[in-house]
Ligand binder design. Sequence first.
Ligand code: NAD
Ligand code: UDP
Length: 317
Amino acid sequence: MSGASSRAVVTGGAGFIGSHICRALLSRGWQVVVLDNLLTGRIDNIEELMADPAFTFEHHDVTNYLDVEGPVDAVLHLASPASPQDYLEHPIKTLKVGSLGTHNALGLAKAKGARFLLASTSEVYGDPEVHPQPESYWGNVNPVGPRGVYDEAKRFSEAMTLAYHRTHGLEARIVRIFNTYGPRLRPADGRVVSNFLVQAMDAKPITIYGDGSQTRSFCYVDDEVRGILALLDSDVVGPVNIGNPREFTILELAEAVLLATGSSSEIVHEALPVDDPTRRRPDISLAERVLGWSPEIDLATGLARTYEWYREERKRA
Ligand code: NAD
Ligand code: UDP
């Protein structure tokens, strides 16, 4: 799907990753229609795109029927709260966008004969007992815990996507995204990279939940978007993990943020959230083999670029 003059619908296109995807598609010469209800996204993320005649924004809640005029070649379904802070604040909206929203987005793709890409997540692996996590691992999710609203919504959306693929022959792609960070990650969205950067910049204490020995593997947004679009262009249904396999403890991340910002904030410990996964790292051998994709940007470089954007953002504000 790398040719010019294609037309994509991006649900959640005013969000962090969605706004980067829109820019990447526009720079290919595509037309882009964003459907977003701004629950966790921001017009600021797409403001400078509004002047581009190839770009359209529609304020729309995708849990309601989707009506897009004209041809559509690809539907990229990213709409969903993604930060634990956000999905714990909006548990029912999260379940609805993962279920009803995914159903509507699939219905749009089917009606238009478009390729459908689902933004799924490493959270489908829950608190994993297999490490690192290959796509063949079925996961260890607590369906009735607070995080279940997000994990089960995404697991349902994967099942629904494959049902449309098997039943209707819909061209489907499923990406499992691992912790992604970079410019336009909402400073107040509560995720660990945004929290630590803002705390370091304000000379406030860095809040480590628990003892900081839990791990995550952080992928810079440019690498993530390149991987997502490589999957969209491929003939691979997936699911495919796209993430950076370099694993860090949260304590190591805090130290890396202090180094990147030159801050002397102290580190404090707060309660560990319920069901917080103890470790997470993608096995990316499938993406390497079938997409020829691997990440290129290391944590120090990615944090420096993100910090630069946070500083510019403050000047703008
Ligand atoms: P984000 O919160 O910045 O973006 C999500 C977007 O979806 C927002 O613009 C929000 O307003 C929109 N949205 C939510 N509910 C909607 C609805 N009912 N109708 C229309 N729009 C709606 O989050 P993000 O980090 O950009 O994540 C994008 C996608 O990637 C999500 O599906 C998320 O689950 C997935 N993902 C992200 C990460 C990550 O590390 N960033 C990791 C795994 C999966
Ligand atoms: N975390 C933390 N301090 C914060 C925010 C998050 O120690 O201020 C921890 C959180 O408990 C988790 C990890 O950082 O272990 C990643 O959290 P995030 O909310 O970014 O995403 P998750 O991977 O849990 O979805």
